[in-house]
Design a protein. Structure first.
Length: 140
C-alpha cells in the first residue's frame, strides 16, 4: 500500500528485491500531501512511509484531516493486450474508494484513467513494475 499522496517517478533498487512492495518496486518520487508545495522525500522516508503508506502520525507532511491512508493494487487479469488491475484506496484499513482499471499494452496507458493524477501515476508505476518483472521472468 503506497501513501495516497506519493507521486512515484523512478523505480529504484535491484531487480527482485522489492517485488513485495505495494508498487512492485521501491520508487523515488514527490510528496504531494500539500499540493501547492511538492516535496522530495529523503531516502529514509521513501520505503517506510511513501512506498508503504499508513504514514499518518509518522510523517510530518501527512494531512491531519480524515482521508485516505494508503492505496493498494492487484493484477486481476493479463490477456497479453490488456492488463486489468483493481485498486483500493484505504482509510483506517477500510475501503475509502475502489475500482477497476484497464492498462492497454499497445498505447501504454489506461483507457479511462481516474481523475486523480496521483492514483493514475501509482497505477502506472504498479503496471510498469509488473511488466518489468514478467519480462525478466521470461528472459526478455
Amino acid at each position: 500500500m503506497a501513501c495516497p499522496y506519493f507521486y512515484p517517478v523512478t523505480a529504484c533498487g535491484r531487480a527482485g528485491e522489492n517485488a513485495l512492495l505495494p508498487l512492485g518496486d521501491c520508487w523515488t518520487g514527490v510528496c504531494r500531501a500539500a499540493p501547492d508545495t511538492p516535496w522530495q522525500p529523503e531516502e529514509a522516508a521513501l520505503r517506510p512511509m511513501c512506498n508503504l503508506g499508513y504514514a499518518r502520525g509518522n510523517c510530518a507532511r501527512f494531512p491531519a484531516h480524515d482521508g485516505p491512508d494508503a492505496v493498494r493494487f492487484v493484477i486481476a487479469n493479463d490477456d497479453g493486450a490488456i492488463v486489468k488491475i483493481y485498486y483500493v484506496v484505504e482509510s483506517d484499513h477500510h475501503p475509502f474508494s475502489h475500482g477497476p482499471l484497464n492498462y492497454s499494452r499497445g498505447p501504454g496507458g489506461f483507457g479511462s484513467a481516474p481523475e486523480d493524477e496521483i492514483l493514475t501515476r501509482q497505477a502506472t508505476a504498479y503496471v510498469e513494475s509488473y511488466l518489468r518483472r514478467k519480462s525478466e521472468a521470461l528472459g526478455r
